[in-house]
Ligand binder design. Structure first.
Ligand code: PEP
Length: 250
């Protein structure tokens, strides 16, 4: 982890969570209040829970965010939510370009950049995701593909405000398989170099999260890697004990 960048541990609940999840939210809030934490922490629940989770975490050290947003401010976009709606529900982050949306909803780099742009314009922090498939990894082209993807997914003015990048190898998401620390180091170094080339000094300050089966047992090793500035956590963010195990590893 680069010492000068404060890590971010963000939980992506995906399409999980219900009224019972508030026990987990309260438990994380209590653990955060009782301990010194060297990381920013955020929870991104489903859109229907965002307002309630934000209210439960009001004035705590845990921020909230959405898992997606529309690039437009309003209009005939059935089923979508805008950046202002995320903000009104208390969110200060939004995940954009998760591989489950790129694959499931054919979101292109341009779509992702437009959403990130809308988030920045609206004053919330986009967490821009990138990552390669297993085929691409096995073909030896992972670095080229991911670097091209992330650069095309970040709007031109991205680094003048806060933006977060998340590297999530698709084959490691929800599979229990984690990229090796060496592979993570190589990819995060390449992403850092590309961000610096594109954004200059400001690119050196962008947080680059790792995501893909992060759990308490592997968090310390992954978070210790140079240029890993936090984690985007799926499954292990649903249970307060697991999520706390990752937060405390930071
Ligand atoms: C994710 O989907 O962002 C993710 C990293 O999931 P998991 O931690 O479950 O692999």
């Amino acid at each position: 982890m680069s010492n000068q960048i404060r890590p971010l541990i963000a939980g992506n609940w995906k399409m999980n969570g219900d009224a019972g999840s508030f026990l987990e939210v309260e438990a994380i809030k209590d653990k955060m209040a009782a301990n010194v934490v060297n990381a920013d922490v955020a929870i991104c629940p489903p859109a229907t829970l965002l307002h309630r989770v934000s209210a439960a975490l009001y004035e705590s050290d845990v921020a909230t965010g959405a898992q997606n947003c529309h690039a437009e401010a309003k209009g005939a976009y059935t089923g979508d939510i805008s950046v202002d709606m995320v903000k009104e529900a208390g969110g200060s982050y939004v995940i954009v370009g998760h591989s489950e949306r790129r694959d499931g909803y054919s979101e292109s780099n341009e779509d992702v950049a437009a959403k990130a742009s809308a988030a920045l314009a609206g004053g919330i922090v986009p967490i821009v995701c990138c990552g390669e498939s297993l085929d691409v990894r096995e073909s030896g082209k992972a670095i080229d593909v991911v670097v091209e993807q992330i650069i095309a997914s970040c709007p031109d003015f991205a680094a003048s405000q806060e933006i977060v990048v998340a590297y999530e190898p698709i084959w490691a998401i929800g599979t229990g398989k984690t990229a090796s620390a060496d592979d993570v180091a190589e990819m995060h170094d390449a992403i850092r170099a590309a961000l610096v080339e594109r954004f200059g000094e400001q690119g050196a300050a962008i947080r680059i999260l790792y995501g893909g089966s992060v759990k308490p047992a592997n968090a310390a090793e992954l978070l210790a890697v140079e240029n890993v500035n936090g984690a985007l956590v799926g499954g292990a963010s649903l249970k307060a004990d697991d999520f706390w195990g990752i937060i405390s590893a930071a």
